[in-house]
Design a protein around this ligand. Structure first.
Ligand code: MLT
Length: 272
């Protein structure tokens, strides 16, 4: 990991390999280590850039706005995308990047694509959605925010873990579930709250999908409870140049739960 100064914070980022930049953007409320099973595979082929997003993992929250009467911090999806743009500048990357984002990383990907289209070589959107939160989902996030303020990040682990992986992963890979729990528990409550409010207030990006200037790969775990495959398949018709992959034996965390299928597909895509 190295520290890269991007304005008000030093972003913590793993930057290994050479060639075409592959930017891997983690989900909520996780950190860069969710991509562990991809690193060995892709570092020999590309320059793999894997940050901890603002306020998560080892990257500090910095000076961010507050939201609502709660006074909680907020980091919007656009703010995260701006950070990534600054990160690429700070790393002097002038080559276009393959942007690979999971879930929140995908929401950030839509923003990045809209705001920095010239930076994009290809987009890989994993286990993600284009619509905004429904009223019920936004209310559930408010409830979770209150629980995090009272109980700390363990409330986020309790709320998120049951939805992150497939039943098979729960039954057969307790170590993977534990790895996810530790990722969540290592975050600060402020950092988790900030992205949680960013998720709750994110915009509907459906209209922007027809403007994606680069080839796109949509990937989803067949048992994803948070980004349902049927909903994600609906995006196929909206994106100009698109490929579609359903990963068997996986829930929301498809790159971790079935890294064999995930990595094969990504490798084919990248080397093409
Ligand atoms: C994620 O994995 O990033 C989150 O599940 C996104 C969300 O809760 O909408």
């Amino acid at each position: 990991m190295k520290s890269v100064h991007i304005g008000d914070i030093d972003m913590q980022v793993l930057d290994e390999g050479s060639g075409v930049p592959l930017l891997m953007v983690h989900g909520f409320p996780l950190n860069h280590t969710m991509w562990r099973a991809q690193l060995d595979e892709f570092v020999p082929h590309c320059r793999v850039i894997v940050p901890d997003l603002r306020g998560l993992g080892r990257t500090p929250l910095g000076a961010v706005p507050t939201i609502d009467r709660s006074g909680d911090p907020v980091v919007s999806m656009e703010h995260h995308a701006d950070d990534l743009n600054r990160l690429l500048d700070a790393l002097h990357i002038d080559h276009q990047v393959i942007f690979c984002g999971l879930s929140m990383g995908g929401y950030i990907g839509w923003q990045f694509t809209q705001k920095y289209p010239d930076r994009l070589l290809a987009l890989i959107a994993c286990d993600t959605r284009a619509v905004a939160d429904s009223t019920e989902q936004a209310a559930a996030r408010m409830k979770l925010a209150a629980q995090i303020r009272e109980q700390g990040v363990s409330a986020a682990a309790d709320a998120m873990l049951p939805k992150l992986v497939s039943q098979k992963t729960k039954d057969q890979r307790p170590e993977l579930v534990e790895q996810l729990r530790q990722m969540i528990l290592q975050n600060s409550p402020e950092g988790v709250l900030a992205s949680l409010h960013g998720l709750r207030t994110r915009e509907d990006m459906t209209e922007s999908l027809s403007q994606i200037p680069a080839e796109t790969l949509l990937v989803v775990g067949e048992e994803d409870a948070l980004a349902p495959p049927a909903e994600m398949e609906g995006l196929v018709d909206l994106i100009p140049t698109v490929n579609w992959l359903v990963v068997p034996d996986a829930g929301h965390m498809s790159p971790m739960e079935n890294s064999t299928v995930f990595n094969q597909a990504l490798m084919q895509y990248i080397t093409r």
